[in-house]
Design a protein around this ligand. Structure first.
Ligand SMILES: Cc1cc2nc3c(=O)[nH]c(=O)nc-3n(C[C@H](O)[C@H](O)[C@H](O)COP(=O)(O)OP(=O)(O)OC[C@H]3O[C@@H](n4cnc5c(N)ncnc54)[C@H](O)[C@@H]3O)c2cc1C
Length: 468
């Protein structure tokens, strides 16, 4: 009897250990080949120095090295996965293609099409769950409806959780197809071949980078609940990009968090937020285009479009907002507290449509994840599922004083403010002229005056959103 051949198509699972797809493929077939497709319909819309592509390519180099150590190699192709995946499967003589389940609307459609095309060739398409612990179609409330509020979702998530859900999915690397058997199936995938240039990253990519970062974070998991809101500290895990691209297994995160309960409760809860937003996207795909709450669908945001550039470039005159945006622009990263602050500022102080901010984050964030980004933006705009009530509006000044009391983060990213005394660092425009001169930072010359007044805009925002 001919040997059974499997093709493992990796997408947001760019690692070789604790891997549902590779585990199932290597357990069920005699030989498994591993494929990654640089999908041009996604890549074509990105800038040539996009950091995500750098992260992906560098992580794939590590996957390839790991496969070569095991006697195999990675097959890489560039183009349309709906053409490439069936073609490679046919060339290999694969019986089954395995790929992790994905709840993004684009991915659902692509995978449904891939399944149809493969079935025409008599090839099965299997989609194990790898990216989350409990999938978007697994957890419902008592009336069988999807949850719309986080707390009951989280309780149900924890009640349904079984250790097997997070058990390691071991990969049998002895079952990989030998490299010489698939030599001609890959194409060159150097920077020039994929049409991108290498970019600097603030995180170490690949599974090795993920493991290192996780080991670094674990001893701090206990202080996470108290320190996580201070952007000047390194008190959060910094793992979001690894979870996004699957260079780290979510099962490993959950196993370690559960083993450390109750001290790790807050961190585990953030992992459940991630699953909550993934479920919301899977169950309510309209959130990609529109507000979750129907009452706000027709809402027109009356802000001044010129303010959007000031927000993007970090020159609103609100130091905490400006520091956060400059950090995002320079690194592709922003601390969670600051994501909430700048999102609230764009929507409730500048009265601009959350979709503008969402799209800007999607362009800049290294850890951009459609579900969490959309969820976070709609939360801040008060238009989303279980969102911030519209009348509770962040005061950027108070947020700044509370979470960056000595202005350490502000000084790091707004060097023109560095010499201001703590008293004025959060609101430099209120500093007397001699203090401004003394610090070498004249408002209107070296740093902008606030582009809006928070107290006035807050009233406008409440009036606008109360109509919903
Ligand atoms: C406006 C806005 C946009 C956001 N966009 C994204 C995004 O594109 N991608 C993304 O991964 N997160 C997003 N978040 C959530 C959160 O800000 C980041 O996950 C977090 O800052 C990542 O840092 P960390 O890995 O150190 O997180 P930690 O605090 O260590 O949390 C651990 C993990 O839990 C998950 N997580 C934490 N907070 C949230 C949350 N509020 N919602 C969903 N998952 C969460 C992440 O996977 C994170 O890595 C957004 C939040 C807001 C308010």
């Amino acid at each position: 009897m001919a040997a059974k051949m499997a093709l493992a198509w990796i997408r947001r699972d760019l690692r070789l250990s604790d891997h549902a797809v590779l585990s199932e493929a290597t357990a069920s077939a005699d030989q498994t080949a591993v494929l990654f497709v640089f999908e041009t319909n996604i890549l074509d819309s990105l800038e040539p120095d996009d950091r995500r592509v750098s992260f992906i390519r560098k992580s794939l180099v590590e996957v390839d090295e790991g496969l070569r150590r095991a006697g195999s190699r990675l097959i890489v192709r560039i183009g349309d996965p709906l053409v490439i995946v069936p073609e490679v499967a046919r060339q290999l003589g694969a019986d089954t293609v395995y790929a992790g389940r994905d709840f993004e609307p684009y991915a659902i459609e692509r995978d449904a099409d891939a399944g149809c095309l493969l079935s025409r060739d008599g090839i099965r398409f299997e989609q194990p769950l790898d990216h989350v612990i409990q999938g978007a179609d697994e957890l419902f409330n008592q009336t069988g409806e999807p949850f719309r509020v986080f707390t009951p979702y989280s309780k149900a998530w924890l009640a349904r959780y079984q250790p097997e859900m997070a058990a390691e999915r071991a990969v049998d690397l002895t079952k990989l197809v030998p490299a010489e058997q698939i030599e001609g199936l890959s194409e060159p995938w150097d920077w020039v071949d994929i049409g991108f240039v290498e970019n600097d990253l603030w995180v170490q990519p690949g599974e090795s980078g993920a493991k290192r970062q996780f080991r670094h974070f674990l001893p701090a998991i206990e202080s996470y609940a108290t320190l996580r809101d201070f952007p000047a500290l390194e008190a959060t895990s910094g793992l979001s990009v690894h979870l996004r691209f699957g260079t780290l297994s979510i099962r490993e995160c959950v196993r370690e968090a559960v083993a450390r309960l109750p001290h790790s409760q807050k961190w585990l809860s953030e992992l459940i937020w991630r699953e909550f937003y993934s479920m919301i996207l899977g169950q309510f795909p309209h959130v990609v285009e529109s507000t979750f709450q129907p009452a706000y669908r027709e809402l027109e945001w009356p802000g001044d479009p010129a303010h959007f550039d000031a927000w993007k470039e970090g020159r609103t005159g609100y130091p905490i907002v400006d520091a956060a945006m400059r950090c995002l622009n320079a690194t592709g990263w922003m601390h969670n507290r600051l994501r909430m602050v700048v999102a609230s500022f764009l929507t409730k102080d500048l009265l601009l449509d959350w979709r503008l901010g969402e799209a800007y984050f999607a362009q800049k964030l290294l850890d951009f994840e459609l579900a969490s980004n959309n969820g976070g933006w709609q939360w801040a705009a008060s238009t989303g599922v279980d969102a911030q009530p519209y009348f509770r509006i962040f005061n950027p000044l108070l947020q700044s004083k509370k979470f960056d009391p000595d202005g350490v983060f502000i000084r790091r990213w707004c060097p023109e403010l560095a010499s201001l005394k703590n008293e004025w660092i959060h609101c430099p425009s209120e500093a007397p002229m001699f203090n401004q001169m003394d610090a070498g930072c004249e408002i209107g010359v070296h740093y902008p005056a606030p582009i809006v007044r928070h107290a006035e805009q807050k009233e406008r925002a409440v009036a606008l959103l109360s109509r919903g």
